[in-house]
Design a protein around this ligand. Structure first.
Ligand code: GLY
Length: 350
């Protein structure tokens, strides 16, 4: 697989011009949603290289990341003369970069794609690493391909349009990257001031966080082994996210990941002796900033059922990535139903 290079821009427009110039595209299409069209597109259009480019706007929100929106994009590309030598610029959060990467990589068997991530969550995770896709039959990313963007650009200024909750949602993926990488990075992330987010300090942490992801993806682009480390927190996390919608307490992805990280570190403590003091540090951070999902024991079976349907599972067993210490990754771990229920108890009690 050809890996993209993610750049956190210092001077956005010249760096965007350079990225576009490298593609020598016949024509350019910009994919936006109704939010990024208002807030971010006017800045992107300051680039001379984008004069005369086509703008495709779809509805924002994960509920619109389905095959209908993909059809809308393919139709627009087809009716407006896109070729294999055209370029798609996907401007948005994870929803846009996922569907943009998917539609670009399948249109005429593949046109090029540049991701411009406008959210912290998208920047630290979805835009990089080549996973693309759409939701199908109620299942997240059920249809998709591995297709890395040619370039991923991040303009921190776009994050100024994000509220605190969306910043926190992205931050939990940074916590995950630190946990799987090193004590040094973990300490830096844990000391970051979330009360008053300084974008310059965030930029330093973000750069490292993306490098951690790129390092792992480079070793295992198709998730046969070590890339599973990036699933830490997501087995419980996806179940919490789905339950949150079912019980009308919709949670942002990164909040569910934070709760998932807590449960999976607790499981790591039970099974692999992950240090209790680090687990408690994360628990206090989560308590202060992320709150928690309120559910009762009658919902344990629903959560368990959701976990058994996770596409990360190889067979009937639920597949976890756990840690025996910070940076000590143990992939392909399993747990019994009793152990999983014990994690739910611990999560609810705390
Ligand atoms: N979001 C996890 C991965 O890209 O593998």
């Amino acid at each position: 697989m050809n890996h993209s290079v993610t750049k956190i821009c210092e001077d956005f427009i010249p760096e965007l011009n350079q990225a576009i110039g490298e593609q020598s595209a016949e024509s350019i299409f910009i994919l936006t949603d109704d939010n990024t069209r208002n807030f971010c597109l006017p800045i992107v259009l300051q680039s001379d290289k984008l004069k005369g480019s086509h703008i495709i706007t779809i509805k924002s929100g994960d509920e619109n990341k389905g095959i209908d929106s993909a059809v809308e994009i393919w139709k627009y590309l087809s009716e407006n003369g896109a070729t294999r030598k055209s370029l798609l610029i996907s401007l948005g959060g994870g929803m846009i970069t996922d569907i943009g990467g998917f539609t670009a990589s399948t249109f005429k068997r593949g046109m090029r794609n540049i991701n411009i991530s406008t959210t912290l969550l998208g920047a630290v995770d979805a835009a990089t690493g080549g996973k693309t896709g759409v939701n199908f039959l109620g299942l997240k990313n059920e249809i998709g391909v591995f297709a890395p963007a040619e370039t991923v650009l991040i303009n921190i200024d776009f994050f100024k349009t994000l509220d605190q909750a969306n910043m926190l949602s992205g931050f939990s993926e940074m916590v995950k990257h630190a946990l799987i990488f090193s004590t040094e990075e973990w300490e830096k992330v844990m000391k970051f001031n979330l009360n008053n987010i300084d974008l310059d300090s965030l930029k330093v942490l973000l750069r490292k966080s993306i490098q951690i992801k790129e390092l792992i993806v480079e070793q295992d682009p198709y998730e046969a082994s070590i890339r599973k480390a990036l699933n830490l927190g997501h087995t419980f996390g996806h179940a919490f996210e789905s339950l949150s919608y079912k019980i009308n307490q919709p949670a942002l992805h990164g909040y569910a990941v934070m709760w998932g990280l807590l449960c999976e570190l607790y499981l790591s403590h039970m099974k692999l002796n992950f240090p209790k003091e680090e687990l408690l540090r994360l628990k206090y951070l989560a308590k202060d900033y992320y709150g928690k999902l309120e559910f009762h024991c009658q919902q344990y079976d629903t959560l368990f059922e959701l976990m058994t349907h996770d596409k990360k599972n190889d067979s009937k067993e639920i597949n976890f990535t756990l840690l025996s210490g910070i940076g000590e990754i143990k992939i392909n771990q399993t747990a019994t139903k009793e152990e999983i229920f014990e994690c739910f108890d611990w999560f609810r009690e705390g």
